[in-house]
Design a binder for this molecule. Structure first.
Ligand code: AMP
Length: 115
C-alpha cells in the first residue's frame, strides 16, 4: 500500500474529520478549506493520480462522484449547488498523490478558473 497522508488517515494513524466512509472510499473535511464546505473523497484502492487510472477502474471515480452527490443531498446544499474537482499533477497543483475528489460548496464559488 502507498503511504501518503491520505493512506495514514484511512489507516487511522492520523486524525481527520471523517464525514462518510464505506468499503470503497472515505470522505473527510479538507484541513485548509477553500470554501465553507470542502470535503475530500478518497478511494481505498491505490491510485496515485488520474494518469494512473485504468479503464477497468472507471467505477472508482463513479463511486467518488456518487458519494459526493449523496453527501450534498444529505447535507442540504445540493439544490444550491456545488463544484467537484480532481487535480492531476503539477500544473493543477496536486500535492497528495492518492486520487481524490474535492467537493466545494456553501457559498457562490465564482466562475471556475477566476481568482
Ligand atoms: P490536491 O492539491 O488536489 O492534491 O489536494 C490535497 C488537499 O489535501 C489539499 O486541499 C490539502 O489542504 C488537503 N490536506 C492535506 N493534508 C490534509 C489532512 N491531514 N487532512 C485533511 N486534508 C488535508
Amino acid at each position: 500500500m502507498s503511504d501518503t497522508i491520505f493512506h495514514k488517515i484511512m489507516r487511522r494513524e492520523i486524525p481527520a474529520d471523517v464525514v462518510y466512509e464505506d468499503e470503497h472510499l472515505i470522505a473527510f473535511r479538507d484541513i485548509a478549506p477553500q470554501a465553507p464546505v470542502h470535503v475530500l473523497f478518497v478511494p481505498r484502492v491505490d491510485i496515485a493520480s488520474m494518469n494512473d487510472l485504468q479503464a477497468s477502474q472507471a467505477e472508482v471515480v463513479g463511486r467518488l462522484v456518487v458519494a459526493a452527490a449523496a453527501y450534498a443531498k444529505r447535507e442540504g446544499f445540493a439544490e444550491d449547488g456545488y463544484r467537484v474537482v480532481i487535480n492531476c499533477n503539477e500544473d493543477a497543483g496536486q500535492t497528495v498523490f492518492q486520487l481524490h475528489l474535492h467537493l466545494l460548496a456553501g457559498a457562490p464559488l465564482g466562475r471556475f478558473g477566476t481568482p
